[in-house]
Design a protein around this ligand. Sequence first.
Ligand code: ADP
Ligand code: ZN
Length: 520
Amino acid sequence: MQETPLQILNRVFGYERFRGDQAEIIDRLLAGDDALVLMPTGGGKSLCYQIPALLRPGTAIVVSPLIALMQDQVDAMRQLGVAAAYLNSTLDPEAAQGVEEALRAGTLDLLYVAPERLLTERFLGLLGEARIALFAIDEAHCVSQWGHDFRPEYIQLGLLHTRWPEVPRIALTATADAPTRAEIVSRLGLERAHQFVSSFDRPNIRYRVVEKANPRQQLLDFLRREHPQDAGIVYCLSRKRVEDTAAFLAAEGFTALPYHAGLAAEQRRAHQARFLREEGVVMVATIAFGMGIDKPDVRFVAHLDLPKSLESYYQETGRAGRDGLPADAWMTYGIGDLVTLRRIIEDSEADERFKRIERQKLDGMLGYCETIACRRQVLLEYFGEHRVEPCGNCDTCLEPVDTWDGTEAARKALSCIYRTGQRFGSAYLTDVLLGKDHERIRRFGHDRVSTHGIGQELGAAQWRSVYRQLVAAGLVEVDHQGHGALRLTERSRPLLRGEARIELRRDPEPRRAQRARQGT
Ligand code: ADP
Ligand code: ZN
């Protein structure tokens, strides 16, 4: 008699019970239906196709873009006694031939294959001779042209359905915003698939955003105070910043290793291995690091630079606390990040529609940083999940943000942009408001504009905060061509005309905020 999925879970995988939607997803596939699974990283997506692979006759074909991970997955499956193999460019021809023969002979339960390999006529022909249990399309968001993991080959995966309409398919991803989901459905022809959307909440992760002042020092304080011995990841935008930060932390006594695409493959592998094996290693990395990293006890993910979207932020912070124990997502952010990311978007070769989407994503990220509401609410809302209660485990919940009537200040800030010709960034504008009269200001004659010195009731940090919030609220935009110059938008008019008011968040003074946190 055939085993049940639960029996397989117990016997082969050694787990007691299914998590979340796993059991139902497996039942769907066993019934021959398609499924689209949106589950956060670490949620347990793999079992959703691994168990049906063992129960359905034939070989399950798993399409995955992550060549580096195939071998790990296959090794893990083999240790459990499952007949698994992979096919990608790292195999020598002989080994590849062996795998192909096993496929033809029907002795494999699972075959992992890179999309470019799958799509060759040769391999498709081979599949024609084999018995296929199911198709699993992992990292299905790679089909989205507007996502940063776009893989052109993924678009052609629709042909699997055309050629093998009777074989059930399961598409899996941890990226769940509505447009991506819609794109997966339409490109892969999954209109009839059952959609399983898990909650993306990671309740054990505490989200915090601090104003960027001296980021390395702020990071050091954070690590010393809260994670002196812990493993964690520090994300930076550039390779240089990765190198500098890793060296800085190492000099301060941390086991800190750099990781970025500019390092030799061997060194990257070695650093990754140490991060996984040793305790308390801090990986300082660009976003090149992390895809598929399954280390349960990552206690913090720190961002020294703003990620370019909330999807990226969620993915990156999601590497913390997979064991369910408390973990921190900590980030420093300043308006300079925004300027840099805007420039990266504008300087890219992408077409206008792509750029518009990237800008919107960045705006979402900014909204998260500047929110006075619960950060978790903002984050989950972005993924289409509405949460009524504030979470109690983010900085805005733990230290509710004061607001103040910023109408007057905002008007001064806006008119200062206007009076100086909409050609300057927030640091310069702040100097004008504060009435500084350095060489540059005099050269432009801005010591004589009407807004010179009208902002002395606030400090420089507060003015920077006002400008950030005006950008986040869409009243001001960053002009990438003007090297981060701020410009007024249509939406600033009512405020300038005195027809609207604005509430602003009162950013804690850096020092006060630290003390408040130590007290908790
Ligand atoms: P994802 O692919 O969604 O990131 P994985 O499939 O790698 O997640 O699973 C994450 C971890 O959770 C793995 O270590 C896996 O063995 C474990 N896991 C998955 N399902 C269960 C379960 N039902 N019970 C216990 N552990 C599970
Ligand atoms: Zn909260």
